[in-house]
Design a protein around this ligand. Structure first.
Ligand SMILES: Nc1nc2c(ncn2[C@@H]2O[C@H](COP(=O)(O)OP(=O)(O)OP(=O)(O)O)[C@@H](O)[C@H]2O)c(=O)[nH]1
Ligand SMILES: [Mg+2]
Length: 617
C-alpha cells in the first residue's frame, strides 16, 4: 500500500475522483451515460447516443471500451471526476493507469455472472492502492439475476484478496444501469441514480493534499490537439497552478525540463473547459510541454519533486511488425515506409503504458510487446485504418529464465459451458497443458470450470472453443504469473494451401480446390506466389494454382458444364488471421485486405530450405 507522509493534511471537499471498474461488459460505460443524463450534463430533451464515452471508432463498432477516459459530472455542488475504464483483460494497463488518478472506485458486478476474472484483477489493483471501493451489483433486471448470491461471492472475493476490515465493510448498491436506476436494497423503489451519487459523495473520500507543498501533478494520460500540441493529463496531488506559470517536467531520467503553461483545462461533462487556475485534487489538462510522457511529474520550477512513476504489469506477449514485403505492397496503403511505422509505434508506446517497442537488428523489423493478442489486433487494426501497410507475425509469449530454468506466463482460465461440451473442452485444454483446478456444476445443465494453463496455449484457442461449444461457451482469462515451462504440445495440425503463382483467382480452380480444405479467398481475388489461400485438411503445405482456367475447346460439349459455384467464404478477420498463422507465416495488413503468406514466397526456395532442415535433423 502506498502511504504518503502528510504534514499539513487538507482535503478538497468540492471534488471526488472515481474510477469505474469491472469485468468486460458488466455495464460501466452505460452507467456513465446515465450519470451524465441525470446530473444535468446535457440539455433536457437532447438526443444522446448510447455509450457516449466510447468515442473511438473501434470502440463504437465493437461495443467495448479500449482506452480509459476522463469526464466529470456535478452533483449537489460537488464535481465528480469519473474515469471510465475498459474491462477486457488485454487493456488492463489502462485500468492501472486510471487508478492513479482516483481516490475511490465503483466496482460493477453483473447480477447474474457475478465476479469474473477481470473483476478480481481490477479489485486487487484497487485494494493494493488503498482506494475506497463502492460495489454496484448491476443488471438486476436480468431474468437470471441472482443478486444475493453475487453479493456473497463479492465478499468472498474481498476476503480472498486480503481486504482489511475497513475495506470489507464496503457500501453496496443494486442497479439497472441501462435504465439509470440504483437502490440501496432490493426491496426499495427507485427510479433514478440519486442513491449512487449520494453514496459516492458520502463514501469516497475527497482528494487529500498537503497545504505546505507546492504544485505537483502526476501525468497519467496524454492527449493531442492541433492547436495546443501535446496535452498532459493527470491529477494534482498538491498545490495550485495558474496559466503562464513556469513549471518543470521531471522525466524518467530525472531530468527537469522547464516549460510555461500555455493553457489549463478541466473536465466539464465530456468536454474540456479552459481554466485560469487549477487546484489540488482536480484532474487537469496542461499544455505547453511537448516531450511529456506518462509517469512524469509536473512541478513548479522552484520546487521540483518527482512522484513515484506509474508502473503497470509487464507485457506477456510479443509480435513482430515489419514493412509489407508482399509483391502487392504499396498498392493499397498510403504509409509503407519502416521509418513511418516506427514513428507510429513510438507514438503508441507514449499513449499506451502497457505497450513496449524494441527495434531488432534489422531496420524494418520491430518487436511490439503487450498484454494480449486482442490488444495487438486493435493496434494493428487502428494502424490499418490510418492508411498503413505492414506485415505481422504470430503472437508469441515472453519467456523468462531463472537459474537455468525456463518460466512461462500462466493464465487462470474460467470456462462456462453446457455440461455436454465439458468433455471436449477439457480434452482440448489438457492437450494444451492445461490443468483443471476447480469444477462447479450448478445443476442447471451448465458447468463452470477453472483451469491453470500456459498463455501460449490460449493463442488461437478462443475460435476453437466457440466452435466446440457451438457458440454458447463463455471463457475468461486472468494472467496469474510465471511458472516453469510445461512442455511442448502439437500446434495446428493442418497445413496451408498456398498459391504457386501470381494472378487472379478463378471459380473453376477454387471449386476444384475445395475438397482439399477450407478456402479463404473467393473468385476474382488477386493472389501471388507464397500467398496462403486456405487451410489444408491434412498436415503439410500444398502449392496449388488458383488461377487455372477451364480448358476451352472448339467443340461445344454436350450436356451441362461442371457446376462451378464456389462455397461461400468466411471473410478473414485480422484476429483470425494472426491466430491462424504458424511461425513461418505472416499476415499482410493493408487498408482494404488481410492476406496471409509464407515468409519465404518462392515455392522452390521453401522446398530447398525444407530439404536443408531435414538433412540437419
Ligand atoms: N440487462 C441489462 N443490460 C445492461 C445493463 N447495463 C448495461 N447493459 C448492457 O450490457 C452491455 C455492455 O454494456 P457496456 O456499458 O458497454 O459495458 P462496459 O462495462 O462498459 O464494457 P467494456 O467497457 O467493454 O468492459 C450492453 O449491451 C448494455 O446494453 C443493465 O442494467 N441491464
Ligand atoms: Mg465500457
Amino acid at each position: 500500500m502506498e502511504k504518503h507522509i502528510v504534514k499539513k493534511e487538507a482535503s478538497n471537499e468540492k471534488i471526488r475522483n472515481i474510477a469505474i471498474i469491472a469485468h468486460v461488459d458488466h455495464g460501466k460505460t452505460t452507467l456513465v451515460d446515465h450519470m451524465f443524463r441525470q446530473s444535468g450534463t446535457f440539455r433536457a430533451g437532447q438526443e444522446l447516443d448510447e455509450r457516449i464515452m466510447d468515442t473511438m471508432d473501434l470502440e463504437k463498432e465493437r461495443g467495448i471500451t479500449i482506452a480509459a477516459k476522463n469526464c466529470s459530472v456535478r452533483w449537489k455542488g460537488i464535481k465528480i471526476n469519473i474515469i471510465d475504464t475498459p474491462g477486457h483483460a488485454d487493456f488492463s494497463g489502462e485500468v492501472e493507469r486510471a487508478l492513479t488518478m482516483a481516490d475511490g472506485a465503483i466496482l460493477l458486478v453483473d447480477a447474474s455472472e457475478g465476479p469474473l476474472p477481470q473483476t478480481r484483477f481490477v479489485l486487487k489493483k484497487t485494494l493494493e492502492k488503498g482506494l475506497k471501493v463502492v460495489v454496484v451489483i448491476n443488471k438486476i433486471d436480468r431474468k437470471d439475476a441472482r443478486p444475493d448470491k453475487v453479493l456473497d461471492e463479492i465478499y468472498d472475493l474481498f476476503i480472498d484478496l486480503d481486504a482489511d476490515d475497513e475495506q470489507l465493510n464496503f457500501s453496496y448498491l443494486y442497479a439497472i444501469g441501462r435504465s439509470g436506476i440504483a437502490k440501496k436494497s432490493l426491496t426499495k423503489e427507485s427510479d433514478n441514480l440519486n442513491p449512487l451519487f449520494d453514496t459516492i459523495i458520502d463514501k469516497i473520500p475527497p482528494p487529500k493534499f498537503d497545504k505546505e507543498e507546492p504544485f505537483q501533478m502526476l501525468v497519467s494520460d496524454l492527449g493531442y490537439s492541433d492547436y495546443l500540441g501535446r496535452l498532459a493529463i493527470g491529477r494534482i496531488f498538491n498545490g495550485n497552478a495558474e496559466f503562464n506559470n513556469l513549471m518543470v517536467c521531471i522525466n524518467d531520467k530525472h531530468e527537469q525540463i522547464p516549460f510555461k503553461i500555455s493553457k489549463l483545462q478541466i473536465y466539464e461533462g465530456m468536454k474540456l473547459q479552459e481554466a485560469e487556475s487549477v487546484e489540488s485534487g482536480d484532474i487537469v489538462v496542461i499544455s505547453g510541454m511537448e516531450d511529456v510522457k506518462i509517469g512524469d511529474t509536473i512541478c513548479m520550477k522552484e520546487f521540483p519533486k518527482a512522484m513515484k512513476r506509474i508502473t503497470v504489469d509487464e507485457p506477456t506477449i510479443f509480435m513482430e511488425f515489419t514493412i509489407n514485403t508482399s509483391p502487392l505492397s504499396g498498392q493499397d496503403g498510403k504509409i509503407v515506409q519502416s521509418g513511418k511505422i516506427r514513428e507510429r509505434l513510438i507514438r503508441e508506446t507514449l499513449q499506451n503504458v502497457a505497450i513496449r517497442l524494441e527495434q531488432t537488428e534489422e531496420r524494418e523489423r520491430f518487436t511490439v510487446k503487450g498484454r494480449g493478442e486482442f490488444q495487438m489486433a486493435i493496434l494493428i487494426e487502428t494502424m490499418r485504418r490510418e492508411g498503413f501497410e505492414l506485415s505481422v507475425g504470430r503472437p508469441k509469449v515472453i519467456y523468462k529464465y531463472d537459474n537455468g530454468e525456463t518460466l512461462e506466463p500462466i493464465e487462470k482460465l474460467h470456462v462456462d459451458c453446457a455440461e455436454d461440451f465439458l468433455g471436449i473442452v477439457t480434452e482440448k485444454l489438457s492437450m494444451r497443458k492445461g490443468r483443471m483446478t476447480n469444477l462447479v456444476n450448478n445443476g442447471h445443465g451448465r458447468v463452470r470450470g477453472e483451469f491453470s494453463i500456459p498463455s501460449r496455449s490460449l493463442i488461437g484457442y478462443r475460435d476453437e472453443f466457440l466452435t466446440d461449444t457451438r457458440g454458447t461457451g463463455i471463457m475468461n482469462t486472468l494472467f496469474s504469473g510465471y511458472e516453469p515451462f510445461r512442455g511442448e504440445f502439437p500446434s495446428r495440425s493442418t497445413g496451408s494451401i498456398i498459391a504457386d503463382r501470381s494472378g487472379k483467382s478463378v471459380a473453376y480452380a477454387l471449386f476444384h480446390l475445395e475438397p482439399r480444405g477450407r478456402l479463404f479467398i473467393a473468385p476474382g481475388e488477386q493472389v501471388y506466389e507464397g500467398m496462403i489461400i486456405g487451410e489444408n485438411n491434412k498436415s503439410g503445405d500444398i502449392n496449388v494454382n488458383p488461377t487455372k482456367e477451364k480448358k476451352l475447346t472448339n467443340m461445344r460439349a454436350s450436356g451441362k458444364d461442371d457446376s462451378t459455384v464456389c462455397s461461400p467464404v468466411q471473410p478473414m478477420t485480422l484476429e483470425r488471421a494472426i491466430n491462424f498463422i504458424k511461425d513461418d507465416e505472416m499476415v499482410e495488413v493493408v487498408p482494404h485486405f488481410i492476406r496471409l503468406h509464407k515468409r519465404v514466397f518462392s515455392a522452390q526456395k521453401r522446398h530447398m530450405l525444407r530439404s536443408v532442415n531435414y538433412k540437419n535433423k
